[in-house]
Design a binder for this molecule. Sequence first.
Ligand code: NFS
Length: 672
Amino acid sequence: MAEKKKAKAPKLADPIAASYEVSTQEMIARAQELGVETIFDRAVNMKPCAIGIQGICCKNCAMGPCRLPLPKGGIEGEDTRKGLCGATANTIAARNFARMVAAGAAAHSDHGRSVAEVFLAAAKKETSDYQIKDTQKLLAVAPHLGVATTVEVDGETKDRDIDEIALEVAETAINEWGKSEGELLYAKRAPAPLYEKWKKQGVIPRNIDREIVEIMHRTHMGVDQDYKNLIKQCTRASLADGWGGSMLATDLQDILFGTPSPLQSEANLGIMKEDHVNIIVHGHEPVLSEVIVAVAQSQEMLDYAKEKGAKGIQLGGICCTANEMLQRHGIPTAGNFLQQELAIITGACEAMVVDVQCIMQNLANVAKCFHTKLITTHPIAKIEQDNVIHIEFNEHYALEDAKRIVKMAIDNFENRKTEVMIPQYKATQIAGFGVESIKYHLGGTFRGSYYTLNDNIINGRIRGLAGVVGCNNARTRQNEAHIKVIKELIKNDVLVLTTGCDAITAAIHGLLTPEAAQVYAGPGLAEVCETVGIPPVLHLGSCVDNSRILLAATEVIKAGGLGTDLCDIPVAGSAPEWMSEKAISIGQYFVTSGVYTVFGGYLPTSGAPVFHNYISKELEGIYGGKWDVEPDPIKHAWLMINHIDKKRKELGIDKARERVLMDMASRQALEG
Ligand code: NFS
């Protein structure tokens, strides 16, 4: 018998090459020292599939997978590539793309649905663990759902009972997922010309679930075989996400848990404390973590922690649960997507409590090497490894569930087995911005409005706006593209709005403080930031809160002077290190809301050049926005800046900026 080949020892990641950020570098080295494998090591041992990344592998039926690699040097003449059924590269790439949109829209929207269900339970007063916290926001949101806030009694207009409004809002909102008639109510929140554009194209969502289901139908073997028609459905489903599921998630969370307003906190693994019980909440839905925050801060639990020898309880967040807890409670952020394993490797994580999305299965393997209790809480997101504990969250017993979890973490404090190593890095951050707070900060105390923001865009101090969002991706050096893109933008006077893991990254690298403007921003932006006391990068929350970016841009239109549609504004979108399907859904609704959007890394469309050309060029003629892809961060930022300048020119405000620059130069000449 032939002797079996000895398996090669897996390679280890070079910490410096794997991350741009020092605490991550230290923790990768620490993991290797302890013999604990992380995603960074796996990334150097397993390469991505060369055909898959081009988007041209079809596995939608059992005759495949059919793979249609692009010949080296591209295609000359007719593209004759086809799968067994005859599916072209365009069809295959568009179907794969559509399924990513469906999954992304489903993830955001199902999150929204969970919140809506808790909201309904609260409105019906079936649970005492949740109450309506922000009645102002409730009253602001109600009209968009067609719910009246006043009532006529004997010819007099009177305020309606708040509980009644809440119940009607809850019922109407839940209906948006599955109603059998009509169209998505929030579509009308978009500027009128954009709404009309969607109407003309026939892409206004009917209800949220239906558009996602229809993508699955259309991409089944032998259904939609026209990439343009497939993209039309991508648009409909992605709009159902951005202007539907995500926007409802944001609104209902704000009403239930409070609308964020700017607050100070900290970010990075250094927020964990050796002498405290450390509980990390990770995932996306804030419904359980909201209660965990309350329980962990209760005197009863603090006393219990002290009894067990800890100085207190330190909560920290990873991924978008982090953003939710940060923006409403100032809970510090432990890290972004690629730091989740590292939080456990500190040896100081008593419990990691996860809900849904962006949770790596390897957390279970890492937790096994330490004392950490890895707790899943959501019925749709369990982990197969037997060291994982499942405590299913139920909104009717939320407080009990949260108490059980926090107590379990405290009890685990004495079980630490490895020497604790918490990297001593953390940065101050100001977070909690939103449509409302931008209005307040940039509009003055007496009359909140977007006029000041618009004025500063028109006079050129602010060159334009950029939404920089999205994940980390272990295929690129963690954080590098995020930070280089943002720094190049703000250096050139572009005010950055950020969410998701990009926001966490910006926080870790110290860009979310007003002082950062003096160090990194161009003179115009720095002046505005200094005058109103804001950072040059505004943290708008989690990824569902990209809806805040859409609504902030809509407010810019309403305030006047910068066109009538979102595609008129000097604004661009970016996801420098994207990896999740949610990012593709976000990209698609940004683009079809009129925003030029650049992705880093690659797009799974390159193997079908005609289809790629359609989304990266032709879509602009329909919706005013288009896709682009650029891995080099500086070039990436300049694609955005050039687009912003093009829009300034179209608005006739390009000269104003030249004047501002001249002012600066003459001022410097005077000073000199
Ligand atoms: Ni957004 Fe939030 Fe992070 Fe990416 Fe994942 S956490 S929803 S998907 S990885 S930004």
